[in-house]
Design a protein around this ligand. Structure first.
Ligand code: PLP
Length: 401
């Protein structure tokens, strides 16, 4: 008899972590693999941020903090939302958790009843559907194809909404597509949502600062202030400040939801670690040049990958508008024959072929709910990306169409 609870039966481990593990396993056998599976900035967290945590830990004891985060950090987050997003939140409308992922998990746990639906426009971040399923909900995953810039349209939203819809998730810039929404596009979605008062909106804005071609980021909260009472604006330190391992995410939302999330947090992890919260405060309140530098580096890498992929006829990639991924269309590869005589049936086979033949680890589009694509992370050096694109081109050139 299995000791594992039934609720886990439909839940998959993270596909991007699995790809990275496969790449690491191969590398451990001495094979030269380029791992473009995981999305982590490759820069170190800026020194003033890490130093703030060290200095505090040397000077004072690091104790449990309030479940929702220290008042100091939450004040810094209130200021961040006001100054960067034009949003006015009180300190009791702010939650801090171990990454945006825990924020999302807590929010779902606080709200989702068995059979409730969450609309997750596809392609979506791999963890969304698994968290929804883990908590008894049903992911509804309308396709948002490349022709629409991978964006949810009002028509597609309207068709996905039902009496059971509890959440709509938006993610901008999007992982894996990089899609960004304009204010007008968000308002058009807001107009549909106005007719569905029971639906809550989770806007995952963790890639806010990684946005290209001079675009201006507009928070869902700023575009649709009339939906404030049922919007949860999610953000975090991982991407903007290269702080993935510090595990600090945060959100602003209605006080009843934030209070429920605090209860869950207090009975599970208690709080985010105290030094990490001190680092997060230093990041939000300190100099912001690092954010601009990271953004510029990610844009150069985006350009390099777009240029390289454009030279491979069988692949397609419109320039991602933000984030640090390239979601590469591979329709033309489906049905192609590999040098060993195998037919590439789907994007899982394509990703496997790229790993076996090209020694490049990429995540198949199936993991993000929209195929056939594969995702590469561009959060690595230009030299590595150049080599990866070369390897992908060489592997594709060996296929028989
Ligand atoms: C869209 C999206 N949301 C959330 C996360 C996780 O963020 P955190 O490190 O704050 O948990 C990621 C990480 O890849 C992401 O891509």
């Amino acid at each position: 008899m299995s000791h594992i609870a039934g609720r886990l039966s439909a839940v998959k481990p993270s596909a991007s972590m699995a790809v990275s593990q496969a790449a690491k396993d191969l590398a451990a056998t001495g094979v030269d693999v380029i791992d473009l599976g995981l999305g982590e900035p490759d820069f170190p967290a800026p020194a003033h941020i890490t130093e703030a945590a060290f200095a505090a830990a040397r000077k004072e004891r690091m104790l449990y903090t309030a479940s929702l985060g220290t008042p100091d950090l939450r004040k810094a987050i209130v200021a961040k939302f006001r100054n960067e997003n034009g949003l006015d939140y009180a300190i009791d409308e702010i939650a801090v958790a171990n990454g945006a992922k825990q924020i999302i998990f807590n929010a779902l746990m606080a709200t989702v009843e068995e059979g409730d639906e969450a609309i997750l426009p596809a392609p979506y971040f791999v963890s969304y559907p698994e968290m929804v399923k883990l908590l008894g909900g049903l992911p509804v995953t309308p396709a948002c194809p490349a022709e629409n810039g991978f964006r949810l349209t009002p028509q597609v939203l309207e068709a996905a909404l039902t009496k059971k819809t509890r959440w709509l998730f938006l993610n901008m810039p999007g992982n894996p597509s990089g899609a960004v929404y304009t204010e007008a596009q968000l308002k058009a979605l807001g107009a549909v949502l106005a007719n569905y008062p029971d639906v809550m909106i989770l806007s995952d804005e963790i890639y806010e600062h990684i946005i290209f071609d001079g675009r201006k980021f507009v928070s869902f909260g700023a575009a649709c202030p009339e939906l404030r009472d049922r919007s949860l604006i999610v953000n975090g330190m991982s991407k903007a400040y290269a702080m993935t391992g510090w595990r600090v995410g945060y959100a602003a939302g209605p006080n009843d939801l934030i209070k429920a999330m605090a209860t869950i947090q207090s009975q599970s992890c208690t709080s985010v670690s105290a030094p990490a919260q001190i680092a997060a405060k230093a990041a939000l309140e300190g100099p912001q040049d690092c954010v601009a530098e990271f953004r510029a580096a990610f844009e150069r890498r985006r350009d390099l990958v777009v240029e390289g992929i454009a030279k491979i006829d069988a692949l397609s990639l419109d320039p991602p508008e933000g984030a640090f991924y390239a979601y590469i269309g591979c329709t033309a590869l489906i049905g192609a024959k590999t040098p060993s005589g195998q037919t590439l049936e789907d994007d899982v086979a394509v990703a496997k072929y790229l790993l076996d033949e090209g020694r490049v680890a990429a995540v198949p589009g199936t993991a993000y709910g929209l195929s056939p694509f594969f995702r590469i992370s561009t959060a690595t050096s230009e030299a590595v990306l150049e080599e990866a694109v070369k390897r992908i081109a060489a592997a594709v050139a060996k296929l028989e169409f």
